[in-house]
Design a protein. Sequence first.
Length: 161
Amino acid sequence: MPHTAREYLVHRFRGDAQVLTDRVAALQRGTKIPGPDAATSRRMAEACEAVASMVESIAPHEHAADELDAIVALIPLLEQRARDAGMLPPIRAVYTGAATRIREVQTAEAAAASGSSLPGAQAHDDVPDDMMDDVDVDDDDIDDDDLDASPDDLDNGAARP
């Protein structure tokens, strides 16, 4: 199980990529699953993997705070990628979700360092390993509202009447 913010985030984003890759495989087998089509799901998986690679590219630091600062510095890049995704809500959701997850980890780490008990804020190191995957209701960083987009909603970014 991950023990640092960096390890946790890489594990988290790679897990999201795997869930989406599994979704693509299921869709290609003909399984009917509500949400984005296989092509959109594949692009979402690629975006999750890109985020994991960005975080992984941050060299481990001796001091956790320095490492987290380097990870937090990725937020403007993630926000830019979200803007670049334009009218593709599911792809945009991957990048905005990643930025949100990093902020949540930053807040939890700050609360743990100060001994504060912010509602819902826990450092991931304080969560038992067997509960690590139960932190999020659906265990991904993807905004489920964006998964309800129909293929027509994604066609050239124009919503259909």
